[in-house]
Design a protein around this ligand. Sequence first.
Ligand code: FAD
Length: 284
Amino acid sequence: MRFCRAQSLEGALALLGEWGADGCLLAGGTDVMVQYRRGEIAPGALIHIEGIDGLSAISTNGRTAVGALATHARLAADADIARRHPAVASAAGLVGGWQTQAVGTVGGNICNASPAADLAPPLLVADAHLTLASASGERRLPLDQFLIDRRVTARRPEELLTAIDLDPLPPGSAEIYLKVGRRGAMDVAIVGLALRLGLRDDGTIHSARLAVCSVAARPRRVPEAEAALLGARLEAEALAAAGQALVAAASPIDDGRATASYRLRLLPGLLARAAMRCGEAVRR
Ligand SMILES: Cc1cc2nc3c(=O)[nH]c(=O)nc-3n(C[C@H](O)[C@H](O)[C@H](O)COP(=O)(O)OP(=O)(O)OC[C@H]3O[C@@H](n4cnc5c(N)ncnc54)[C@H](O)[C@@H]3O)c2cc1C
């Protein structure tokens, strides 16, 4: 296996063009190196992109733009992200331990396409769009269309994810990411749920975006539960109905972390807690 260190975006794209599907991008390496050691991947070349300048910037001119190489530690500590995307900031602070957060990147979390990717739900409720670059140009794709299945994305072999752009939290809205894991700081989610709610002065919900991870083959928005929240108040009956819609839309599996039935049992309570916390944050 060859190890290639890309010094620039153009250099990385040239290497991707040369190696095609046999080339594996390496950002922080926290997924790639684990998979390589386990024999799950055997690429012809590792293309190291961590040192490329300009791919970790965060800008807040209109939609928030986050470079794909921004680390979880950076997202968790950035004041603009905390203000405009509090659910993203807290999800980043819940990825593994500090060592993983120090090198693991948002681009790697997305492109690895794990069903349990912590950043995916808060990015989905922020209507994340991805910029994918190749030697022949760029294209932009919603995250929801990029994540196809477990470990399957719409990325073409010659493409590199350069940036993610997001809808900032509008006034009168709040968002939250809640994660249930086996051990708070070091494990992937048993269930993860992100909720962004907009509330009218009379307490009714005028906008609702809800996304989950670890309860289907890919992280996804749940329009059925969002519809149940629209026009409702933050009251037990409405939240229970939304919780039932969420359970009906989920298709979890049993794995080493939890059973499918445990995951389903967690969902209504998690949704109700997220909604109440959003309500408190809007009223504050
Ligand atoms: C101990 C430990 C704990 C962890 N805990 C969690 C957790 O709690 N929650 C969680 O969600 N994850 C967790 N992870 C997984 C991992 O840390 C994250 O998914 C991380 O964000 C991956 O980022 P990376 O930069 O290390 O990606 P890499 O390992 O470098 O790459 C991951 C994949 O994305 C591709 N890729 C990377 N960057 C790009 C790009 N810019 N364009 C196109 N493709 C790209 C790579 O080719 C590879 O397929 C954990 C990992 C470890 C080792």
